[in-house]
Design a protein around this ligand. Structure first.
Ligand code: MN
Length: 374
């Protein structure tokens, strides 16, 4: 039996009760908030403010071979998806110590068009997640606060409110709600300023751009999965090119689930544009775009074989593992196998940087996984 490699995880999800808002909000508002009904037919229906969306529930995958590697079977949703006590047992089994925990219902926030509804709904969700997720396992779980993004004053107020209530991170989707300016706009500056002032981490989870099915037909599954990746890169580019990471040098962002090697690559592309098209470029930045990525942008990956080389070969050190618990593209059930394959023969200091160190740059209170000292 190989020694367990303990890691902190920059990416996980908590499955709230499907009728959570009905329990924590006044009925007149609650009935317009997202409510998930999972059917026996393999589909989920989400009701939001008079509209409904249907999407297929993740299916178990079959045992199979891919490039000589066995694809692990996930026959059931991990037991701790919606239960903190069970979740911590799952994490212990997998060798995950601390983890960043994203909401599930909060991911639907961009579908709400009423500023009052989103303001009250995010408050209720954030209070619930603090008491029912983070407070239940404060040494392990970092809840991420969902922000109301329809009115900047509400956004700023909620940033200050959640910071005072014990949050370490806020969550924004890769795109703002419909009708709001993209993340490169100076209209968002009061939000970035508030996040920087409070010392919160700005976390962006990929796959939150809205439409999830862009392709049908041959290759659709792979093409649609790829599409979920690009939004994190676009959001990062917007925050740098628009000058936000320059104006707020202590603002640090975490792009979860989107892999690692894209970050230096994107930096090269941005530097080329910034240098070769300098006559068109505004705002002028205090340093080349790529340097903001190396200074302020952190990324998480699950299986990417290129992630280790991103640290070793490109000296981009803000790379952290993320198990994406309990999702299908995560490592539940085979986390140790994945970690041992990734780090076989790799300098222990580099392994430590990716499994622990980069995470602790952002969330030092979580600390070194005790299991690594044993
Ligand atoms: Mn994830």
């Amino acid at each position: 039996m190989e020694k367990k490699i303990w890691a902190n995880s920059g990416d996980s999800h908590f499955l709230e009760p499907g009728d959570l808002f009905q329990e924590i909000m006044p009925p007149a508002l609650a009935e317009r908030m997202p409510r998930s009904v999972k059917g026996d037919d393999g589909w989920e229906t989400v009701y939001i403010d008079g509209e409904s969306l249907r999407r297929p529930l993740p299916k178990p995958i079959r045992d199979g071979e891919f490039k000589g590697q066995t694809i692990e079977t996930l026959s059931v949703r991990p037991p701790g998806a919606g239960d903190v006590a069970q979740r911590v047992k799952d994490l212990d089994q997998e060798g995950i110590w601390g983890e960043v925990t994203f909401p599930s219902l909060g991911m639907w926030a961009n579908y709400i068009k009423d500023p009052e509804l989103i303001r009250e709904g995010t408050k209720a969700l954030n209070d619930w997640a603090m008491s029912e997720i983070q407070h239940k396992a404060p040494k392990r779980l970092i809840a991420t606060a969902t922000l109301p993004l329809l009115d900047v004053q509400d956004t700023v107020a909620e940033v200050h409110r959640v910071a005072a209530n014990g949050y370490y991170a806020v969550f924004i989707p890769t795109v703002p709600p419909p009708g709001r300016p993209t993340w490169n706009s100076e209209e968002w500056d009061p939000v970035w300023r508030a996040i920087e002032e409070t010392g919160l981490i700005l976390s962006i989870h990929i796959g939150t751009d809205g439409e999830t099915v862009m392709y049908r037909g041959p290759g659709g599954a792979v093409l649609n999965f790829n599409e979920t990746t690009y939004g994190g890169q676009r959001a990062t580019a917007q925050l740098i090119a628009g000058g936000a990471l320059d104006r707020y040098p202590n603002l640090r962002i975490l792009v979860s689930e989107g892999g690692a090697a894209w970050a230096p690559f994107l930096g090269d592309r941005m530097n080329e544009a910034y240098r070769q098209h300098s006559m068109f470029v505004r705002p002028v930045l205090s340093m080349p775009p790529k340097e903001f990525i190396y200074r302020q942008v952190y990324v998480s990956f699950q299986h990417d074989e290129t992630a280790v080389q991103t640290v070793l070969g490109m000296n981009y050190r803000n790379v952290m593992f993320g198990s994406d618990y309990p999702h299908l593209e995560g490592t539940y059930g085979h986390t140790q196998k994945t970690l041992h394959e990734l780090f076989e023969g790799v300098d222990p200091a580099v392994r430590h940087r990716i499994t622990v160190g980069a995470f602790l740059d952002l969330f030092p209170h979580i600390g070194e996984p005790p299991g690594n000292a044993a």
